[in-house]
Design a binder for this molecule. Structure first.
Ligand code: ATP
Ligand code: MG
Length: 589
């Protein structure tokens, strides 16, 4: 199916883009020059929290809003940069008082609440390693990750502590302190529990960040677990350079912007773009405690006058289910830039942005391992719907084939798919998989990091996602990427979402099988099943089109919203499903 290029003019709204022209920006860019936009610690070195908060305190941002927290009930709590500066100082001091040192891990089990920002930035000031966990994890995934991280401190709420920590304290040997926000006397009687607000109040408001080397560990993130057991990914303070550059160029964040990142704090996006990047650039962050609700989201955009909005394909597709009529009832004219990450963004969703908000969604690509956006559709660039865009200035991306012997063949032909590779050395490149150094080293071939994702590059340098290496379908001698098939299925008027896998087959090796969920009001009957199959066959051809199609109420997905094709596949083959800790409905609260 041919999608029309969306002209960059479609994204024009008064403020000029930070990246004005792609080719010239790439040519002019150097990491050395970019790093001059960072401040650096007064005593030398580089610390993320200094770049995000402290450096702004002596200037006009001091009394500017850093954070606006919307409670479930709709009340707004504001924090200026100066207030966040003081609160994070206090948190750093309280860690110091508890004997928590540089390099020690400080974990959080929190939703999007102010305590998350205070803990993250305060821990970084103390040169501890910040490790966010998803608040909706059940006790088992929490235990596994806390033990893997070796966290000495956990910041959480009373309810989460009671349900997920207290019953298994004996199985958490490294955990020395649980700092509880809004705690009751009863909970506080536990041996490891401390009252977070009291400790913050008692702590000194002044704190000087100690010497921090750019290569000191700063962040520990667990991957989404889409393809297997989640990996612990380590990032260093130097990552802040990538956060700032990508926030500025790929998300077009300007000083004073109101920025909303809807990612859960438990995933890497929630830290890189939910906390760090927008603060380094002097924006105001909006966070909403309430769970996903399209109508509330549109109201948030209207009332908070959001300028830049960073969300996910799953959320966009859920909004699409309800139609473009609903957002049009709200005044969303404050929006200047819409972006999406986490999964392939189907062309329909890109275009729907224009229908609903007058602006297209801009897809961008990155991973926990890359720490920041590496490939993006920039505001000042025409969008080819379905493409992830082009590499950021300073990033070299290539398509390669990894041979059996470990060597790599370069794929120069346009549109030939292969593994997406990135040249080593970008600032937020991960530095290890925690406790799995060998696995880390296997991700590299010479100077290149091999991402495990398959992509192709067209003759103009746009990258197109083909699929994850693990999800590739081999059918009758053809290699088929599930994304291409899913994209076409989702253009059928009855289809809301699609997940496509290779089902083992004695003659073809695998056949393409589709799992489909329908839009409201559609009936999953035989006639519709046939109609969708015929539709796909018409557009994709017999080789690539699904041979089988099954309706599902919903598709299994990770808590970060990614379709878990390996689960769909396990259902077909009878193979064990593997790690389920990040499955959305599996890891119960
Ligand atoms: P695991 O590594 O544990 O299997 P995961 O790879 O899903 O989980 P993340 O690091 O959260 O964990 O996700 C990164 C992956 O998400 C990428 O490697 C890619 O497969 C997918 N992804 C992210 N952004 C995009 C995008 N714009 N288009 C297509 N895929 C994307
Ligand atoms: Mg991965």
């Amino acid at each position: 199916m041919d999608w029309k290029v969306i002209s960059k003019e479609a994204s024009a709204r008064e403020v000029s883009p930070n990246l004005a022209g792609y080719a010239s920006a790439v040519k002019a860019f150097s990491w050395g020059t970019a790093s001059r936009e960072l401040d650096g610690l007064p005593s030398g070195g580089l610390n993320i929290a200094h770049e995000a908060i402290d450096r702004h305190i002596g200037g006009p941002l001091r009394d500017h809003l850093a954070l606006r927290f919307l409670t479930q009930e709709g009340a707004a709590h504001n924090f200026t940069y100066a207030q966040l500066h003081e609160l994070t100082n206090r948190f750093a001091n309280l860690l110091r008082r508890l004997g928590v040192a540089g390099g020690d891990r400080v974990a959080t089990l929190l939703g999007p609440v102010p305590e998350l920002f205070i803990a993250a930035l305060g821990a970084l000031k103390n040169r501890s390693v910040f490790c966010p966990l998803y608040a909706a994890f059940g006790p088992e995934p929490v235990r596994v990750r806390l033990n893997l991280s070796g966290a000495r401190v956990l910041v959480t709420t009373e309810a989460l502590y009671r349900r997920k920590i207290r019953p298994q304290l004996d199985a958490l040997p490294s955990l020395e302190y649980v700092l509880i926000s809004q705690s009751s006397q009863d909970t506080l009687s536990g041996p490891v529990c401390r009252d977070l607000s009291r400790l913050i109040d008692e702590a000194d408001r002044n704190f000087q960040i100690g010497p921090t080397a750019p290569e000191d560990w700063a962040l520990l993130h667990f991957t989404s677990g889409t393809t297997g057991t989640p990996k612990g990914v380590v990032h260093v303070h130097n990552a802040v350079l990538m956060h700032q550059v990508s926030g500025k160029l790929a998300l077009d964040i300007h000083r004073g912007d109101v920025f909303w990142c809807t990612a859960d704090p438990g995933w890497v996006t929630g830290t890189s773009y939910g906390i760090i990047a927008p603060l380094t650039l002097g924006a105001t962050l909006v966070i909403d405690e309430a769970p996903f609700d399209p109508e509330r989201w549109y109201r948030d955009i209207e009332e908070q006058k959001v300028n830049v909005w960073y969300t996910s394909p799953t959320a966009i597709r859920m909004m699409m289910r309800l139609g473009a009529e609903l957002p049009r009832r709200f005044d969303t004219s404050s929006l200047r830039f819409l972006a999406s990450v986490g999964e392939p963004l189907n062309p329909e969703a890109v275009v729907w942005g224009q229908e609903a908000f007058g602006l297209p969604f801009h897809d961008n690509w990155w991973q926990t391992e890359t720490g920041g956006i590496l490939i993006a559709n920039f505001r000042a660039m025409d969008i080819r719907p379905g493409s992830m865009g082009r590499p950021l200035p300073g990033i070299a991306a290539a398509v390669v084939e990894r041979r059996e012997d470990g060597s790599v063949r370069w794929i120069d032909d346009p549109d030939e798919p292969g593994e997406l590779a990135i040249r080593k050395g970008w600032p937020s490149m991960f530095r290890t998989y925690l406790g799995e150094q060998e696995r880390y080293e296997q991700c590299f071939a010479g100077d290149w990091y091999l991402t495990g994702d398959l992509a192709r590059r067209d003759r103009d340098g746009y990258f197109w996602f083909v699929g994850r290496k693990d999800d590739l379908i081999k059918s009758s001698g053809h290699l088929i990427g599930p994304f291409e098939v899913e994209n076409v299925l989702m253009t059928h008027p009855a289809v809301a979402e699609a997940g496509v896998i290779g089902k083992p087959d004695p003659t073809a090796m695998e056949i393409v099988k589709a799992f489909v969920s329908l839009k409201p009001g559609q009936t999953p009957d035989e006639a519709l099943r046939r109609d969708i199959l015929a539709y796909a066959r018409r557009l994709l051809g017999a080789v690539v089109a699904p041979k089988e199609l099954e309706f599902r109420e919903t598709l299994p997905r990770t808590r970060s919203g990614k379709i878990m094709r390996r689960l769909l596949k396990a259902g077909e083959t009878g193979a064990p499903p593997g790690d389920l800790s990040t499955l959305e409905s599996g890891a119960s609260d």
